[in-house]
Structure formats: structure tokens, C-alpha cells
Design a protein. Structure first.
Lengths: 161, 161
DNA sequence: AAATTAATGTTATAATGTATCAAATTTTAC
DNA sequence: GTAAAATTTGATACATTATAACATTAATTT
């Protein structure tokens, strides 16, 4: 297997302003298509999540919301997150109790995460080989899959040097 | 791919008394080999975890410890869990904030979990096809793996009927 | 415009996990 | 065999993550 980079790795240089803008743009489209409302709070939470490619805790988001003049309580953030999760616009990183913006445009999808322990970046990938191997093994056990939590922790390419 | 059962599925009938006994036996061997102490508290926590194949929360364990006459505080349980995790005798199920006894004898190993949303059972599997697919994809991104969190939620065979 | 539904505000609390320091126990070294 | 060192446990307090419940406001429907 030759080494190749199929998507830009977020810890390397990339135009994050554009990256974020695209994400918000897509969010509007998805919500329009799904006939749900991307309210100011929801959009703001999504924007905060997209400030980086590092998963954010709910209370990190809460803190950012509060320092911006407004006052917010936990349910405000969790409700916005629940909405964004339901629309597939963010994902939960169970191993970190944190949330990350979805960087894949295909909806819905089954994805996996590479989590760098050094820089904290989460790289979302969609690897059919992984999905297929899981489906096949589940089938061997007669297990029917609802949802996958695939979180791979280690060191990203940038942080190995 | 033909359907086969490579290990007994814990939600089906199996001799759990023996299952548990074996686990505790192995734990003693592992600790002896690793030159660490399986103290009464640690063994008791492991035994409680092995009361079933359903992941237990730390506070579930704490409750069970306390009702048995003794009085215990959270650190007691978390310390025992940390120890058992370090020895590879239990695993953490991140998507449930819970802990399950390790049912594989090969140490150390990379395993995956099938989690039934109905009966709650966790089936630990060791699927090279999954591990390999993950390793290969990680390599494509120049990512070096420390640890995997592979949790597959759905319905086990028994609960589909 | 009134009624209905959806979204947000607010307070309180539940659930999960850790820091810290003291006491007891076990192991090591002499 | 005993003192010193290291490990384990006890105990209190607190930090972090998440939800329940109900009131209020805003948006949508009729």
C-alpha cells in the first residue's frame, strides 16, 4: 500500500477560513433540505465548533457563548448540540466527551475518526474497508448494526516530526 | 460469507458461573505474571463486573460495594478500575461510560465490541480484518495508532427474534 | 388574530470523574 | 527482625459532564 493523502489533513496548512465557511454554507443547505431551522443559537454553536478541527467540550462551547455578552446555561448548548447531531452536522467523540464538526459532505455516512493525542486534531475519514470489515464481522455474529463509534487515537502525521 | 459463531455469544445460554470463575482465575495469573497485586478490593470489583456481560457504570459498582456492608467512596472504585484497565482485565466502553470484563485470553490484544441496545450485552471480538483495515487506513494518513475505540451498537442475535 | 407548535430561558439536580492529604498496609533494605 | 520506603486504601471535597422540569418567548399554522 503506497502512502497517499486522500483529503487535506487539518493539522497541516489549509485555508481554514474557507473550510469553516463551507461548513456553515452546507449546514444551511442541509437544514433547508430537511425543513428544520438553523436558528441563531444553533448556528453560533456550529460556528464555535468550527473554530478548529479539535473536538470541543460542551462547557468549552458554553464558556465561549457566555463571554460573547450573552448569558447561557448548559441546556442551551446541549439542545443546540442535539439538534446539530440529529442533522448530522456534528459528531460526538465519545472517548473525549466532545463534539466536532462533520467534514464529510455525503449525508448520511458512516465515518471514523483519527484523534491526535498531541495536537488534538480530529480527522474524519470514510473508509469503506473499515465499514465493510465491521459489517462482515457483525454479520458473523448475527448482529445488526445501528451505529458505529470508531475512534482511533495516536499521533497525526504532523505531530510525528 | 457463511454465518458462523466463533465464540459463545453471552446473551445465549452459557455457563456463566464457569465463565466468571475462569475470568477470576486468569486475573490472578495475569497479576502474578505482571508482578502486581490483585488486592481484595480489586478482586471484588472485578468480580462485580463479571456478574454479567453487561457493561457496568462506576457508580453501579460503587452501589454494589456499599450494600455489601462495606462503605466505599468513588476513588475506591476508580482506582480499582484504573488498575484493572492497566492490567488489561477490564475494558472501558466509552459510548456508555461503563466497564466490562475482558473476555479474551490473548494479552495484549486489540479488540472490538458489539453492544446490544436491547439486552445490554457487550460481545468482545478480536477481528483481524477490522484491525487491519484500520491500520491500513491510518497508515494512508501517516497516522500512528496508540489505541482504538471500536464500539458497534445494534441488536444482538438473541434480541432480533 | 387566536391557537398551536417549536425554541429558548431558568433553576435545580443528576451522573460521572478527579485532586488532595491522611492513615494503613505491604515491601524493601539493612 | 526492624526501620524506611513504597504502595494501597480511606475520606473529604470538588470538578466536569449532562439532564429534568417548568416557565417564557418566538414562530408557524389555521
Amino acid at each position: 500500500m503506497t502512502k497517499k493523502t486522500t483529503t487535506p489533513i487539518p493539522c497541516s496548512q489549509h485555508d481554514h477560513k474557507k473550510c469553516k465557511k463551507n461548513a456553515l454554507q452546507r449546514a444551511r443547505q442541509v437544514c433547508q433540505k430537511n425543513k428544520v431551522r438553523l436558528t441563531p443559537i444553533r448556528e453560533k454553536v456550529l460556528e464555535l465548533i468550527w473554530q478548529s478541527h479539535k473536538p470541543l467540550g460542551a462547557y468549552d462551547i458554553l464558556g465561549m457563548l457566555s463571554t460573547e455578552g450573552q448569558t447561557a446555561a448548559p441546556p442551551t448548548v446541549y439542545r443546540a448540540l442535539d439538534f446539530l447531531l440529529a442533522q448530522g452536522l456534528v459528531h460526538r467523540i465519545a472517548s473525549q466527551n466532545a463534539f466536532i464538526g462533520c467534514s464529510l459532505s455525503s449525508h448520511p455516512h458512516v465515518s471514523q475518526f483519527l484523534l491526535c493525542r498531541d495536537c488534538g486534531v480530529a480527522i474524519e475519514i470514510e473508509a469503506p474497508a473499515i465499514t465493510d470489515a465491521i459489517a462482515e464481522n457483525a454479520h458473523q455474529y448475527g448482529f445488526s448494526i445501528d451505529q458505529n463509534t470508531i475512534e482511533i487515537s495516536g499521533l497525526c502525521q504532523c505531530c510525528q516530526q
